[in-house]
Design a protein around this ligand. Structure first.
Ligand SMILES: C[S@@+](CC[C@H](N)C(=O)[O-])C[C@H]1O[C@@H](n2cnc3c(N)ncnc32)[C@H](O)[C@@H]1O
Length: 240
């Protein structure tokens, strides 16, 4: 680990999100892509985990709370964790108006896994693994946090020339949907790698789906035949 990497937190990565935090709930700027994909991913989680209503959920790398709030609106009791002070402050402030059942805390997945092992029905870790020094350590922590038979969801970006073209050149340089430098190609994760990390941690991969973007229509869709750029993975903790 380098000077800016401690306890599996890359301070440079967290700083990028601290700098943008005030615009987290602005649906027309840097976080527009997350707002646009949020209904798709929330529905995916709700359907694959047999409903969010009444479930205890932890949202790892929750940022300003876009996914945490959507899951709480469907009846989940949500714990949101992140290592960015400013995104968490924005999340808390936003929920003062929304008044949903969400509790936010600044803590790493690895630390909370030691404290709250096996306590969650559902763990979500979306668009976060590509920002940490060791994604396999976060995946192990997610496995520790979930109850036996519980559900763990990941989403990240594939690593191949098309993903480089779409997620970096297209999104950051041509369409300017994201600030330049948001993503580091070397940190993208291929589905086979995510699959291996999940299995090594004791999670069974149940399903995978791509999240495709059409730059002409500006519409995102779930497409389980195309995981070439953005994708989500549904895993379950094998019953002991
Ligand atoms: C792209 S945002 C995703 C936010 C949210 N998961 C979503 O999809 O709407 C990435 C988030 O991961 C957080 N993050 C980065 N490294 C982290 C770490 N080691 N532990 C916890 N959060 C981290 C950042 O602060 C940021 O809020």
């Amino acid at each position: 680990m380098t000077d800016t990497q401690q306890n599996n937190v890359d301070l440079n990565e967290v700083a990028k999100f601290e700098a943008l935090a005030s615009r987290w709930w602005d649906t027309e700027n840097e976080f527009k892509p997350l707002h646009d994909i949020n209904p798709l991913r929330t529905n995916y989680i709700n359907e694959r985990a047999d409903g969010l209503k009444g479930k205890k959920v932890i949202d790892v790398g929750c940022g300003g709370g876009i996914l945490s709030e959507a899951m709480a609106k469907l009846g989940a009791s949500v714990k949101g964790i992140d290592m960015g002070e400013a995104p968490l402050a924005v999340a808390k402030l936003h929920n003062e108006e929304s008044k949903l059942d969400i509790d936010y805390e600044k803590i790493t997945a690895e630390e909370i896994a030691q404290r709250e092992s096996g306590q969650y029905d559902i763990v979500t870790c979306l668009e976060m693994l590509e920002h940490v020094p060791d994604p396999s350590s976060v995946i192990k922590a997610c496995m520790t946090l979930v109850k036996p038979g519980g559900h763990v969801f990941f989403s990240t970006i594939n690593r191949n020339p098309k993903a480089y073209l779409f997620a970096i050149i297209g999104a950051e340089y041509i369409l300017k949907m994201l600030p330049k430098g948001t993503h580091d190609y070397a940190k993208f994760i291929q589905p086979a790698e995510l699959n291996n990390y999940a299995r090594a941690a004791g999670l069974e991969v149940s399903h995978m789906t791509g999240l495709t973007y059409n730059p002409i229509t500006k519409v995102y869709k779930l497409n389980d035949k195309d995981v070439s750029v953005n994708y989500m993975m549904h895993t379950q903790k094998i019953n002991a």
